[in-house]
Design a binder for this molecule. Structure first.
Ligand code: 5GP
Length: 204
């Protein structure tokens, strides 16, 4: 693999289990991969940590980062801003790492404007009923917030066709292995393997 890395955009309706799928993928990839830490204006949930789950900022700070061109993409979700700081993404790709963004569809649509070679994966739940029960079991959101998330989920599902790959998350291990296959295929693309071909020819 040459040192251009691989950028993966992962989107899924909230409650779909995307964080669990990606944390298993990250376990398998070790230091070959990095999960981008987003910036948000939403409140910290119990158990979350600054700089680990998100960088938590005020709306004013967020707007300043947008103005300064610090964001690869950003979007509003519910009534909050979410965005991907561009510098760590660029740096890690240059180091040849696999960089994973877990972001919603609006922002996901903008990533390819800057990184056209990014691979976009959309994770779908087995059904809307399963999605709703997962959101309720999580018990982190109010009834109203769950209703809002279900509404957003439908809007997001309607945009799944903008993605390169669709993965169903009903059996966790299968979803994880599907993501790993996409990563492997991305690493074997001709754009990433040119160095290998030159090496073989040079040593012929
Ligand atoms: P949550 O509030 O549940 O942590 O996230 C809400 C939604 O925002 C999820 O779909 C999550 O993937 C998305 N999100 C998180 N970070 C970013 C980001 O940097 N950019 C965009 N566009 N969406 C994000």
């Amino acid at each position: 693999m040459n040192n251009e890395g691989l950028l993966l955009v992962v989107s899924a309706p909230s409650g779909c289990g995307k964080d669990t799928v990606i944390s298993k993928v990250l376990e398998q990839l070790g230091d070959k991969a990095m999960l981008s830490v987003s910036m948000t204006t939403r409140a910290m949930r119990p158990g979350e940590k600054e700089g680990v789950n998100y960088f938590y900022v005020s709306v004013d700070e967020f707007r300043k980062h947008i103005e300064n061109g610090d964001m690869l993409e950003y979007a509003t979700y519910g009534s909050n801003f979410y965005g991907t700081p561009i510098k760590p993404v660029k740096d890690k790709l240059k180091e040849g790492k696999i960089v994973i963004l877990i972001i919603e569809v609006e922002g996901g649509g903008n990533v390819k404007k800057i990184f056209p070679e990014a691979k976009k994966i959309f994770i779908v739940p087995p059904s809307m009923q399963v999605l709703e029960s997962r959101l309720r079991n999580r018990a982190t959101d109010s009834d109203e917030a769950i209703k809002e998330r279900m509404q957003i989920a439908l809007t997001e599902l309607r945009r799944a066709e903008e993605y390169d790959y669709i993965i169903e998350n009903s059996v966790l291990e299968d979803a994880v292995s599907d993501v790993m296959s996409i990563i492997r295929a991305g690493q074997l693309e001709i754009s990433k393997m040119k160095n290998k071909i030159s090496e073989v020819i040079t040593n012929a």
